[in-house]
Design a binder for this molecule. Structure first.
Ligand SMILES: Nc1ncnc2c1ncn2[C@@H]1O[C@H](COP(=O)(O)OP(=O)(O)OP(=O)(O)O)[C@@H](O)[C@H]1O
Ligand SMILES: [Mg+2]
Length: 241
């Protein structure tokens, strides 16, 4: 299918997130307020702002982990030709799960290790869920782990005992493999050495060239400068009150 390479994939309007701490006497904690942005294919938006401004919270809202308390998040479901736009804030759970399988990927800062599943299968899983055969998914997983310099002797072991940087590379490979048009990245290079950071920069650039849209948090300035097409600075929400 032909795709305009600047096709809009995300539209966020007036997004707000307020946490209510029920076991702290219902204290209300405003974190995000009045966030507006769009993101299109080939763009890498980098969230910036001091610690605690809500960068990770914003990614979780976009992934449907946190429910926004104000505003709208609309995602283009590229697998639905007839009614492509989904309003995430009131989408049924099944639709959110389908979006996560086909449309939106998320690389959290830490890998949530699945007991007894080998690194190769952890990485292959999202591609298999999208319909690829076991062999095909494992072959693609091997290519990614190879590029990310994960030693072969680790491929058949569960990642639970891997080093921080090894787990992070498994996590990145798992995030990239599904080919999701939208990819959220929370500090994907924080535990990596310079060589592996360079590989991740390369993989991110390839994803952008394929017309995927990335939204990420990168504290490393060199990585940020190498991948960002636009910055999205977040302010402390209380400062706006
Ligand atoms: N589930 C939650 N319940 C209550 N408060 C939360 C929750 N998740 C996040 N917060 C609060 O929201 C604020 C923003 O947190 P968040 O993790 O989004 O910040 P961040 O910008 O990613 O910071 P960092 O750069 O340190 O990772 C923090 O004050 C945090 O305590
Ligand atoms: Mg964070």
């Amino acid at each position: 299918m032909m795709q305009a390479n600047n096709q809009k994939l995300i539209e966020v309007r007036g997004l707000g997130k307020m946490f209510t701490l029920h076991n702290q006497g219902g204290i209300r904690l405003p974190v995000l307020r009045a966030i507006d942005f769009d993101a299109s294919r080939g763009e890498c938006l980098v969230l910036s702002g001091r610690s605690g401004t809500g960068k990770s919270t914003l990614l979780r809202c976009l992934y449907g982990n946190y429910l926004a308390t104000e505003g709208t998040i609309r995602l283009r479901d590229t697998s639905e030709a007839s009614e492509p736009w989904v309003e995430l804030t009131n989408a049924p759970e099944q639709r959110v799960l389908k979006l996560r399988r086909d449309v939106i990927g998320y690389v959290s800062q830490f890998l949530r290790a699945i007991p007894r599943v080998s690194a190769l299968d952890v990485v292959a899983d999202p591609l298999q869920q999208r319909g690829a055969s076991h062999e095909e998914a494992r072959a693609r997983a091997a290519t990614l782990l190879e590029r990310l310099n994960l030693p072969r002797r680790l491929w058949d072991l569960p990642p639970a005992t891997f080093s921080g940087g090894e787990q992070q590379r498994v996590n990145i490979a798992r995030g990239l493999i599904g080919g999701h048009p939208i990819l959220l990245l929370d500090e994907p290079t924080a535990s990596l050495d310079a060589d592996n950071r360079a590989v991740v920069i390369e993989l991110i650039r390839e994803a952008l060239a394929e017309g995927r849209s990335l939204i990420g948090i990168f504290h490393d300035e060199a990585v940020r400068d190498a991948v960002a097409t636009r910055m999205l600075p977040l302010q402390p929400a209380t400062a706006l009150a």
